[in-house]
Design a protein around this ligand. Structure first.
Ligand SMILES: Cc1ncc(COP(=O)(O)O)c(C=O)c1O
Length: 399
């Protein structure tokens, strides 16, 4: 058990984000203001925030209206509805994930985590004394991890399988058939599955009618499942810091409540009001339409860029999410992506995130966030194109 190591991608963003003119390292769908949110609501008399409400702690586990709206999201494609009582709000998904790990993992517990992924998903369980193994998805296999490898990682003390679907940084999805196999395996060994679903439901290139359309982990008929989510990515509202834990098993929620009393008491009432407004049936459809349309339009722009530069870079085109992990190489050797990102930012104002933020094996890759406004993406990629034309041959290769 030990202290947490540096959080590489968050360090990178903190150091560089404010210097970028074109932030293509961002993972959120183009953020919106409260005024903009108001315009997306069909009920023009509805207010985003009721300023007359007293600002006490409110409902400790999350406001009834917000949890009801959330339960609707998880009930629409599930055989059994998810009651609002099975949801707990948190300050962002980052706190939701932490709370689940703190409540469920301790010394002697084995955890398997889908990889590459957001660093917190494996470092936090390790810092709590958990023994963590990584279930690796490989570029060569379209970022689809192998179920046989997962079977080989399971031990008698495996307590938790951690998934991230759609994934950050690859945006690859775990298809429905693979999810079903994971659930079968977990059931057999009575292992809990936690799936970080912050990029749901940004599915820009796969239809909900597709038989492999990835369902929420809560819709697969297994009791020991937990989904975490937030308003930050798919709903463009990172600034309100509202996330949640949703679980099929009320006992899991109860354990998280017991921990949360020590860290959160309740989530900001103003933030929860904004989240409830955004997830209200009068607003949520137009908000998601905006963001899925934006992702659809923007991925085409990014795809054109990649095809045009295919002697320099390659990718697995994602069907979901907001980011892509793109490999840059010269004479078949990976470029030094950290230097590439630094020089690119200095000379053009475009920010990418180096793949190394997700592990040394992702040297040569950069993560490109493709769902800012279309103008920012287009202009940013034009700057990258001009830069590559002049500077690509001089970029350092990876050691
Ligand atoms: C997979 C994943 N989970 C959780 C988070 C944290 O998001 P937030 O706390 O803003 O909800 C992020 C942020 O990048 C993420 O990519």
């Amino acid at each position: 058990m030990g202290r947490l190591p540096p959080f590489a991608v968050e360090d990178w963003m903190e150091e560089h984000e404010t210097k970028a003119k074109y932030n293509l390292a961002e993972t959120c769908c183009d953020s919106i203001s409260a005024d903009h949110l108001q315009t997306l609501c069909e009920d023009k008399s509805a207010k985003v925030i009721d300023l007359s409400k007293r600002l006490n702690y409110g409902s400790i586990r999350g406001s009834d209206v917000l949890r009801t709206n959330l339960s609707r999201l998880y009930s629409s494609r599930a055989a059994t509805p998810l009651p609002p009582e099975n949801i707990l709000t948190t300050p962002g998904a980052i706190a939701a994930n932490h709370l689940v790990f703190y409540s469920l993992v301790g010394p002697g517990d084995h955890v398997v985590c889908h990889y590459p992924t957001y660093q917190a998903l494996y470092e936090v369980p390790a810092s709590l004394g958990g023994e963590v193994d990584l279930w690796k998805a490989k570029f060569e296999n379209d970022w689809t991890p192998d179920i046989e490898e997962l079977k080989g990682l399971i031990k008698s003390n495996t307590k938790l399988i951690v998934l991230n679907n759609p994934n950050n940084p690859t945006s690859a999805v775990l298809k429905r058939s693979l999810m079903e196999q994971i659930v079968e395996l977990a059931k057999e060994h009575s292992i809990t599955i936690m799936c970080d679903e912050v990029y749901r439901p940004i599915f820009h290139s796969i239809s909900p009618m597709d038989k492999e359309f990835p369902l929420s982990i809560l819709s697969l008929g297994y009791q020991k499942t937990i989904a975490t989510g937030s308003m930050s990515k798919a709903y463009s509202l990172a600034g309100i810091r509202v996330g949640w834990i949703a679980a099929r098993d009320p006992e899991i929620i109860q354990k998280c409540v017991a921990t949360r009393h020590y860290t959160t008491i309740s989530v900001s009432q103003l933030d929860e009001q904004v989240a409830a407004f955004a997830l209200d049936p009068n607003t949520v459809h137009s908000l998601l339409r905006r963001n899925i349309d934006l992702a659809k339009a923007n991925i085409e722009i990014l795809e054109k860029f990649i095809i045009k530069h295919d002697e320099m870079c390659e990718w697995v085109r994602p069907v979901a999410g907001t980011t892509a992990l793109v490999r840059f190489k010269r004479d078949d050797k990976p470029i030094d992506a950290v230097q590439f990102c630094k020089i690119l930012l200095e000379k053009t104002g475009v920010l990418f995130a180096p793949g190394k933020c997700f592990g040394d094996e992702y040297e040569g890759f950069v993560r490109i966030g493709f769902v800012p406004s279309t103008v920012v993406l287009k202009e940013g990629l034009q700057k990258v194109q001009a830069f590559l034309r002049k500077e690509f041959d001089d970029l350092p290769l990876a050691a």
